[in-house]
Write a protein that binds this ligand. Sequence first.
Ligand code: AOF
Length: 186
Amino acid sequence: MLKIAFASRQALFFCHRTALLAHNRLTSAVTIFRFVEVFIVQKIHFYSVNDDYGSFSNFAPYSVRIKGKLWPTTEHFFQAQKFAGQPDEEKIRKAKTPVLAAQMGRDRRRPLRRDWDSVKISIMREALWAKFTQHQELRVELASTKDACLVEHTENDDYWGDGGDGKGKNMLGILLMELRAKLSAP
Ligand SMILES: Nc1c(N[C@@H]2O[C@H](COP(=O)(O)O)[C@@H](O)[C@H]2O)[nH]c(=O)[nH]c1=O
């Protein structure tokens, strides 16, 4: 009788231990899952027009209608606004490629408007708004990134991009995420 009582106590103890272990494992799994969910947000890198999400680059061939004119790419529009109201604005709009438009816009023999640093973000915002509202397929592609962190990944730019080492400001990625939120708002 004593032996039976002892054996059932042992069995009960074993059951409790197993249940506790299983519970602990489940709790750990849930904790890890929550950690992954909260802290390891998916990152989407983009840069070259021909790579994944290349359409997010301003150099991608999506024309935009802004200020009553057609701009071959958002890069054309952005670079030209450095000389808004000057003959160079139109010269840049007519540049054969976005790379040429960027070269012309960055050429400091052309005098940069004095307020450029204070207006460049709103000009980029305007360009992106036009691009993603005038091209439905891009709007869908942007929405498909859900909550992912969008990063213009390049060593060539630590202001609009991440500087290649992630230390850059990634302003283009930030504005794209801001736009994504705006477009998905009810
Ligand atoms: N700097 C860079 C890219 N970054 C892009 O340059 C644009 C702004 O340039 P900025 O006139 O310097 O302010 C903007 O569209 C940003 O996304 N892209 C490229 O293919 N190549 C480059 O070298």
